[in-house]
Design a protein around this ligand. Structure first.
Ligand code: HEC
Length: 102
């Protein structure tokens, strides 16, 4: 019973952390994963150094939840098989450098 209480507290904390846009992850690692798995294709299609796609005027991502969903979507599309913590690292890297959601 006690264990259950503790884990549901952590669960609620994680939920509210996400809701408040407090992202957990390592942006330095996200940058490396991004260079390795993501940048080439974006550069191919959108030119520049790979950041155009995130900075274009009509970019599609408007919320941090949207960003998480898009990162997961691109990951599934390319079957890169990234782990959850690598996806978190990517989200925090992209957010800190380009999107700046709260
Ligand atoms: C095979 C090509 C390809 C690869 C590899 C790829 N993407 Fe994308 N990505 C795209 C295309 C094409 C779009 C634009 C889709 C649109 O405009 O509807 C896109 C859009 C995005 C966007 C939304 C940009 C916006 O409009 O704000 C994000 C974020 C993103 N990709 C993240 C990633 C991440 C993270 C990875 C690596 C795990 C990745 N992508 C790998 C092709 C790719």
């Amino acid at each position: 019973m006690r264990k259950l209480t503790i884990s549901s507290t952590i669960f609620v904390w994680l939920l509210s952390a996400t809701a408040h846009g407090f992202l957990l992850g390592d942006p330095g690692n996200g940058k490396l994963v991004h260079q390795d798995k993501c940048a080439a294709c974006h550069i191919d299609r959108f030119g520049g150094d790979g950041s155009e796609i995130y900075l274009r005027k009509d970019r599609r991502i408007k919320t941090v939840e949207g960003l998480m969903a898009q990162v997961e979507f691109c990951d599934r599309q390319i079957k890169s098989g990234l782990k959850d913590d690598q996806l978190d690292d990517l989200v925090i890297y992209l957010n800190e450098n380009y999107y700046n959601f709260e």
